[in-house]
Design a protein around this ligand. Structure first.
Ligand code: EPZ
Length: 417
């Protein structure tokens, strides 16, 4: 299995470009199922998760061809409405095919997505919403089957602002009969991007980015081209890389307003932050201060930035209190950071991080995408050499990570057996 060997103690300086957002590309690629035609999706990052979504669409009968940073998706050949268990096990976000398949074919079948390293991640809100729209849901032997002659618009209130449930219900409602209202909807920028793509197909959606999304069902869709928004979590990870190495980085090709919660915490920690139209520059004047973090649905501090930011806090002056409210088990990076000398105590959903003067390089294991990123950041700052195992987790969500950091002064080698 590949691993990254990181020589620590080097400042990152220069500029880093941001790739397209994984968590926008995945629902948008799934949404192509709704339109029996050809769509061109631009700025699609080369990630393992995108490859899984590509495999899923091909399994269903589509043709998906990469053309540089774009994907050309032809769904005219889609005939199957079943997502195989193997694909569900490879990536939970395969469940984003549920709404589009139900919307287009009136049927969908898929294995329950397994829980993963960050929590159980059920689909009850997805299924309750689809039932409200008239779908008959049966769950047997680990499989979900959803059927509806034609979905009917409904007024749905989500118990919590689930990103995936909001996306699946938006997609299911596009071709439904009548109007659907999703209340307590998730407000992430990736949902606004999905709305924009669906409206380009001919859907009639408004309100994405607020907690009330309205979808007026239409009878047909047409082809479209769409460029995916930049990845705000990748951008935030690079900003933390500058902070933790005492460097000076300009992250280009991002949308600063998507990063407001992260920028606020970087400023609170003592970073200098300069914001431009499509770039952010950060530099570290001196030792950083401890800050408290509480992850919340957007526009709160993103749960996907909790692990990367915690790596920074292990070296800040003082004690930080980190509270993870979105997922129930998102501290797998803590024991690995401890192996590098971090002083972190877990008390339920809270981590108490006492800053230490330095981290020491060690052999550590990534357990999920963002935990892996946190270990890379810690390795950049640690003394001596850090080896990060299970790099395939990192490859799920970061395009060309070591290349981007090496171009700014890091020394990271990828070793494959
Ligand atoms: C999306 O996951 C993202 N993935 C995650 O990014 C992100 O961490 C998460 O949203 C929160 O922002 C993609 O967009 C592909 P949720 P999703 O439904 O949709 C519970 C990364 O690192 N829940 O908002 O699965 C659930 O268990 C990944 O890029 C229910 O209880 O997240 C969790 O505790 C990790 N019932 C919470 O809601 C449901 O029916 C938030 O889940 C659905 C969710």
């Amino acid at each position: 299995m590949p691993r990254l060997v990181i020589e620590g103690g080097r400042c990152l300086r220069g500029t880093i470009g941001v790739s397209g957002a994984k968590n926008a590309a995945l629902p948008i690629l799934a949404a192509c199922i709704l339109n029996a035609g050809v769509c061109r999706i631009e700025r699609v990052p080369r990630l393992r998760d995108v490859e899984v979504m590509q495999d899923l669409l091909v399994h269903l009968g589509a043709s998906v061809v990469r053309d540089g940073q774009s994907m050309v998706v032809d769904t005219r050949g889609v005939e199957s409405w079943e997502v195989p268990e193997e694909l569900m096990r490879r990536m939970r976000a395969s469940n984003l095919a549920l709404g589009p398949l139900l919307g287009r074919f009136g049927r969908a079948r898929m294995a329950y997505p397994g829980g993963c390293n960050i929590g159980a991640r059920p689909m009850d809100l997805h299924l309750k919403g689809l039932q409200a729209m008239g779908a008959r849901i049966t769950e047997r032997a680990g499989y979900i089957t959803a059927e509806a002659h034609r979905l009917t618009g409904a007024d749905i209130h989500l118990d919590l602002p689930s990103v995936g449930a909001t996306e699946n219900l938006m997609m299911a409602a596009v071709l439904a009969w009548g109007t659907t209202v999703i209340r307590n909807a998730a407000r992430e920028p990736e949902i606004v991007d999905l709305q924009n793509f669906l409206n380009r197909l001919g859907a009639r959606i408004r309100g994405a980015g607020t907690s009330v999304v309205k979808i007026e069902g239409v009878s047909g869709l047409s082809d479209a081209t769409h460029a995916v928004i930049p990845d705000r979590i990748e951008a935030g990870t690079h900003l933390v890389a500058a902070a933790i190495t005492g460097g000076d980085l300009t992250v280009t090709g991002c949308i600063p307003e998507h990063l407001e919660a992260v920028l606020a915490k970087l400023r609170e920690a003592g970073m200098e932050v300069a914001v431009y139209d499509d770039a952010v520059r950060v530099w570290a004047p001196r030792k950083l201060r401890a800050v408290d973090l509480k992850t919340m649905p957007y526009p709160g501090f993103p749960t996907d930035m909790q692990a990367p930011f915690m790596a920074l806090l292990t070296l800040a002056e003082g004690t930080s209190v980190v509270t993870e409210t979105v997922f129930e088990n998102r501290y797998k990076h803590v024991p690995e950071l401890r192996r590098m000398g971090a002083d972190i105590k877990l008390e339920g959903q809270t981590a108490i991080v006492r800053g230490v003067p330095r981290l020491s390089g060690a052999c550590v294991e990534a357990s999920d995408l963002r935990a892996g990123a946190a270990l890379v950041l810690a390795g950049l700052a640690a003394e001596n050499t850090t080896v990060v195992e299970n790099v395939h987790f990192i490859d799920r969500g970061y395009e060309y990570l070591e290349e981007k950091y090496n171009a700014c002064g890091a020394r990271i080698k990828r070793l494959t057996d």
